[in-house]
Write a protein that binds this ligand. Structure first.
Ligand code: DX5
Ligand code: ZN
Length: 219
């Protein structure tokens, strides 16, 4: 059976003055990707918990929260308590990713870890039992609209193999530079969930952009 690609448009590329409309415009997608940046872990600042809460009031879609922040132990639980479907934090920022994943699960949310392009995933294979999703960054986190780094697909393949070998249900997500011309190779490498910011929001017809990504993934 063919895996159905999960499409998660990133509202980082939305019009913040019309956020409710821009969330409405992606209703045919699967998840809303919420990029939280603190200006420390990454050199950019986006938005935080109040905006995530505001978005949760205007949509029933699952919120896929991506924390690009320092000290996730301190902040991640609040996003879980606010009803995030999944909370992703960076292993580079966490002293004990497995413990934080367990905390997130106890709060009723999906636990997810992310690795930057230069961070290996193999050292985290031994904590996969605590992890519902692994987000492989395919750009340096911090900004939308960057070019896809195809070399991270080796990491995706290694992770896919490990997940399948152990019969785990851990999902693989990819984020950065995903568009109609890069989504197919990512799907082939074993990605389940695809974040797309500019590829969706830079097109006037967001539903068409989402449909195009779905088709291109499995083409
Ligand atoms: C980058 C963010 C991404 C970003 C992706 O640090 O984590 O989610 O919005 O944007 P595109 O799809 O334009 O690369
Ligand atoms: Zn993201």
């Amino acid at each position: 059976m063919q895996r159905e690609p999960i499409i998660a448009p990133s509202i980082l590329s939305a019009d913040f003055a019309h956020l409710a409309d821009d969330v409405d415009a992606i209703a045919t997608a699967d998840w809303v990707h919420v990029d939280v940046m603190d200006g420390h872990f990454v050199p950019n600042l986006s938005f935080g918990l109040p905006v995530m809460k505001a978005v949760s009031k205007v949509t029933e879609m699952p919120l896929d929260v991506h924390l690009m922040i320092e000290d996730p132990e301190r902040w991640a639980p609040d996003y879980a308590k606010a009803g995030a479907h999944s909370v992703t934090f960076h292993v580079e920022a966490s002293p004990d990713p497995a413990a934080l994943c367990r905390t997130l699960r106890e709060l009723g949310t999906k636990s997810a870890i992310s690795v930057k392009p230069g961070t290996a995933i193999e050292p985290y294979f031994d904590i996969l039992d605590d992890v519902d999703m692994v987000l492989i960054m395919s750009v340096e986190p911090g900004f939308g609209g960057q070019s896809f780094m195809a070399e991270v697909l080796d990491k995706v393949r290694a992770l896919r193999q490990e997940i399948d070998r152990r019969g785990l249900s851990t999902l693989i997500e990819i984020d950065g530079g995903i568009a109609a011309d890069t989504i197919g190779a990512s799907y082939q490498a074993g990605v389940d969930a695809f974040v797309a910011g500019s590829a969706v929001y830079n097109q006037a017809d967001r539903a068409a952009a989402i449909a195009q990504l779905r088709e291109a993934a499995v083409a």
